[in-house]
Design a protein. Sequence first.
Length: 721
Amino acid sequence: MRVASVLLPLPLSEAFDYAVPDGMALEPGEHVVVPLGPRRVRGLVTEVRETTGSNRRLRELEGKVDDPALPPSTLEFVDWAARWTLTPPGEMAFLATRGLRAPPPRPERRLRRVAGREPGRSTEARTRVLQTLGDGEATGMADLARAANVSAGVIKGLVDEGVLEVFEVAANRPFAAPNPDHRPAVLNAGQAAAARVLAEALDAREFRPILLDGVTGSGKTEVYLEAAAHALRAEPEAQILILLPEIALTQAIIARIAGRFGAEPGEWHSAVSPPQRRRVWEAVQAGRLRLVVGARSALFLPFRALRLIVVDEEHDGSFKQEEGIVYHGRDLAVARGRIEQATVVLASATPSLETLWNAETGRYGWVRLGARHGAAVLPDIDLIDLRDSPPDKGRWLSPPLVEAMVETLERREQTLLFLNRRGYAPVVLCRACGERMTAPDSDSWLVEHRYTGRLVCHLTGFSMPKPTHCPHCGAADSLVSIGPGVERVEEEVRERFPDARTAIFSSDTVPDAGSARELVRRMAAGEIDVLVATQAAAKGHNFPRLTLVGVVDADLGLRGGDLRAAERTFQMLIQAAGRAGRADRPGRALLQTWLPEHPVMQALKAADRDGFVAAEGIQREAMRLPPYGRLAALVLSSPDPAALEAFAGELARRIPSADRVEVYGPADAPLALVRGRRRKRFLVRADRDVDLQAYLRAWLAELKIPGSVRLGVDVDPYSFL
């Protein structure tokens, strides 16, 4: 008989076997419905084999699901990713099939002008609608009304008169094919040389990761888009994937891609509606969509002819998935490239130490862009010693930074004030009793958001109105805000510069792709004078009139003792400073710090990336930490402290003895209480040539986890909270 191995979207360690009914044609990658106990469950076929018999009676498949199958290379990638991250393979397969969980998109209703028809009564609002629409189309009444700044009733009146007509567009209309010769960029000599290296790698049709290492503003995007154009010219079926760390950055890149290729790429990220995600999934699987821009989860799309993967801002911590299935998008991108025999481009102005080590040792190719494109030059970076020039009491901007902002505004240029802290104030405490406001059943502090009047936990999502009395002691009007967030800095800017056009760029104020696109457009068009922003605006954006970057708290990232604290701080501040002077106007960056003598601050002032990397590498190598060693974390949590202690002790007693492996813990996690669950962690350090996953499997094998305890495995952890 024939037997099918089926992955189910459950925390199971292996596929289940089912008998294939006589006459059913079945291939790996197809979707089926199978019985599981009393339930019927959808699963993914990974193998179909002939067998002469079995010592156990197998239940039969109930039927096939008429959805497109996963290509063999996607199945292989899912299997590899599950083994690498120690994730149940059925849960990993869910990532590759969740695009099918939504219903197909419905036909889209649009509006257009009816030729030869004029409104019987002309008004200013109606004229504005017709001018806004022009000869094009609108996606609906609400969108057109918003664009023309009129009520929906004005639009409806024009439809009723027959001046506008509503028509439907097919839901699964094909994506426009990108034209590699639509609008080629004019590359300088350095960019052209880099593009040739990438083209040669593509022509070789073999797996090769390449670090595209260029200073901010050097034109890395144009280089990898030229590589994409080369792949599209060379092979009609070639597919390209560009991974980005931020939705806001996605919108800017999509506009550049549409201008370069004359067609918008497919989008894949959390802001895309489920029906549109299904449309993208099916088009990728069929080979009809050749260019995709997305977040890390786009790696699990069912590509059939993936030839180029670009990981833009490869150093960015946002590529690390911390919730649910834990993985690093950069590492999985390299693995997918190996499976697909594709070229992988890792682009950054501040590459991670892991990627630099791979480039230095010859494991990756290395292409450098050392100068900014065109007339632009790198900004000067200066430190403001807050011990010598502190801000006024209750203020956060020092006199030298305020003076620089005055000069910038007088020149009609733009300022970016960078503070990687959302909300109004990071800490709220009671003056009467000293109580610090935390989220219920969590150790994380509540952050005040002045615009909404709420206290928010950025870890758990809990929020509440700011109380008028201290919940601990009952004192009235005793809660005070400590420290600045972007909202508090913006408040100070508005007080100091009431005539300046000021805006905030953070995930709170720019929650979706449309609002991100609009804010980026306004900034690029010069409609904003001072932009107060978190890291959402610190990378990838090109604002021609921006000449001053002020970092409000340059020391913020150095606190907490994280393994990568110095590296992340250097990367983030170089990226933020790099937003200045990207056109023909020189730029400067001023970093407010209480620690100007810190090696990171000195390296930033000197713009000495190589010196910083060398010094940081010496420290990591001495401790045999990444990239010179490997790390994994085991995080235990439970609402029952006694059960947690008992299980942690049992796990500690089972630690296998192995050469060149060290296990630390169990210890309370820095955030020891989250959502009512106590947390403990083990940290495993191993030499580079140790099979860390095999060690962890041996440790956790046949382990019975109590029902109240959760165990999470994080290979190569980025968060130590």
